[in-house]
Ligand binder design. Structure first.
Ligand code: HEM
Length: 396
């Protein structure tokens, strides 16, 4: 999509993209400055009409609504329930666990010599971390991984729960959720919460089950379901693709791989460059609450406004040589997690830590790593995903 984004930024930065009903079109916002302006102004550009391109029926919205689709004080209150658990300090406590998990995952994969980096390293890693934060019993981690995986990439025919473009999709059209796995996740989450209600656990489920939101309105069953599902979904596929793209970028830029190996102190800037380069989430959507002008274009109340983060991350007004992958890049003001939004990714510190730890552990173990086959990408306009990345390694 990169050439298309370049042309849009240059010639039509707030572009009207017509679409057949029921979606009926959207504004494509492609410049970094405009993306930030929209992201900072939730009063004018609301998330409450949902945030993907897909149109959601009004009656399903209330059933599906999580904090991601809530604005204002209630959003703030819901986010605060777990904000501290995703802070730098809280996340840093997982580093030891992460290193152990990484060592285990890497040693198993590397011993094979030739393997799929996605399946053997990137895929289960993020959801294993979430399983730990939710304190899912060891025996259940596998189930959570399977649900997480069934919910991902739902526009790609290769995945199990392909619902949007298959005949199956009709059957699920009127279910509250596209993926039947989501319903299983709800039942599971509720059972965990029931066990932990009234207890003193410090895991995320116990907190959701036992904390009264600061506004005094308890979480409804529906709120709990959607919160739990959001935690399982938001950090899984995104982080997986971030890890896979980071690896692919290093494979395609051997000079940068060599540089990072020689200068491990570059890891912090490298992680930011991985995130800019990968742009695992192409876009999120807002809806205009009033007539407003953006980038010289008149937007009407009710119009969909789509923030193309991937395009913002290649904006030449913000990044020098945006198509140069540079692990030492300074002033890397990427919009991979959003920018200035109250919805700015809650898991950003965790995602950054996961990526850093994986590459800090991986690089010293390797004498060499090469592409060993075709890279296969996820079919989706929402996630910039990789589903197969065959590599071959020589151990250090
Ligand atoms: C929100 C991207 C990893 C949890 C977001 C948003 C973006 C994003 C762009 C903003 C959505 C919006 O503005 O409407 C990413 C990327 C990740 C990642 C690219 C990996 C590289 C994670 C992880 C978690 C997580 C590991 C952990 C559970 C969340 C949550 C929200 C969110 C809960 C909603 C926050 C709110 O509505 O206030 N993410 N994310 N994300 N992310 Fe992430």
């Amino acid at each position: 999509p990169w050439r298309m984004f370049d042309a849009l930024r240059r010639h039509d930065p707030v572009h009207w993209q017509p679409e057949p009903a029921p979606n009926s079109g959207f504004w494509a916002v492609t410049r970094h400055a405009d993306i930030v302006r929209v992201d900072r102004d939730p009063d004018t550009f609301t998330s409450t009409r949902f945030v993907n391109l897909e149109e959601v029926d009004d009656d399903l919205m209330e059933i599906r609504r999580s904090m991601l689709e809530t604005d204002g004080p209630r959003h703030h209150t819901l986010r605060r329930l777990l904000q501290r658990d995703f802070s730098h300090r809280a996340v840093a406590q997982y580093e030891v666990f992460l290193r152990g998990l990484t060592a285990h995952t890497l040693d198993a994969a590397l011993a094979k010599g030739r393997f799929d980096f996605v399946a053997d390293i990137a895929a289960d890693f993020p959801i294993n971390v979430l399983a730990r934060m939710l304190d899912v019993p060891d025996g259940d981690t596998r189930k959570l991984i399977e649900w997480g995986n069934r919910i991902i990439g739902n526009t790609d025919p290769d995945y199990a729960d392909v619902l949007l473009h298959s005949e199956e999709s009709e059957r699920y059209r009127n279910l509250p959720f596209r993926s039947p796995a989501a319903l299983e996740v709800f039942a599971y989450g509720r059972a965990l919460a029931a066990e932990r209600r009234g207890g003193t656990g410090t895991d995320l489920v116990s907190k959701l089950a036992n904390q009264l939101p600061a506004d005094g309105t308890p979480l409804s069953d529906n709120d709990f379901d959607n919160y739990f599902l959001l935690l399982v979904v938001a950090g899984n596929e995104t982080t997986r693709h971030a890890i896979s793209h980071s690896m692919l970028a290093l494979l395609q830029h051997p000079d940068q791989l060599a540089r990072l190996r020689e200068e491990p102190a570059l890891m912090p800037t490298a992680v930011e460059e991985f995130l800019r380069w990968a742009s695992p989430v192409y876009h999120f959507r807002r809806t205009a609450t009033r007539d407003v002008e953006l980038g010289g274009t008149r937007i009407r109340e009710g119009d969909k406004v789509v923030l193309w983060f991937a395009s913002g991350n290649r904006d030449e007004d913000v990044f020098d040589d945006p198509y140069t992958f540079d692990v030492g890049r300074r002033n890397n003001d990427h919009v991979t997690f959003g920018k200035g939004s109250p919805h700015f990714c809650l898991g950003n510190t965790l995602a950054r830590l996961e990526i850093r730890v994986i590459f800090e552990e991986l690089l010293p173990r390797l004498a060499d790593i090469r592409l060993a086959g075709e890279v296969r990408r996820v079919r989706s306009n929402f996630v910039n995903g990789i589903k197969e990345l065959p590599v071959e390694v020589t151990l250090a």
